[in-house]
Design a protein around this ligand. Sequence first.
Ligand code: 5GP
Ligand code: ZN
Length: 117
Amino acid sequence: MEGMATNCLFCKIAAGAIPAKRVFEDEQSLAFADIKPQAPVHLLVIPKEHLQSHAHAITEHTALVGHLMAVAGELARSEGLKNGYRLVVNTGEDGGQTVGHLHVHLLGGRPMGWPPG
Ligand code: 5GP
Ligand code: ZN
């Protein structure tokens, strides 16, 4: 698959090589349930193209990054998160990123604390 990094977990999920509970898909993006949910609703929205992190998203990816945010918003609506929700993009070591493929967490269904850990 073009744009796929070998040995990337989320590229493998995007390619269907590793199963996931897929909730939305279009040409550029995929959303699936987080395997270890931190809230009643916890989805991950990823680009199908491999991009290591938000820090690797440059101007040419502006439309793609915007698309991921828009998809997350549509999913929040379809999941019925009328009371609000949180989008999180952990980036790099200090950001707590554990999977090296850009992903937007959509968390909702409970009140979120601040500041984050
Ligand atoms: P990060 O810590 O990089 O921001 O988020 C990675 C997320 O991916 C974590 O919330 C983790 O639970 C989730 N995750 C890790 N491995 C898998 C997997 O194999 N399948 C799914 N669906 N989620 C995963
Ligand atoms: Zn990847």
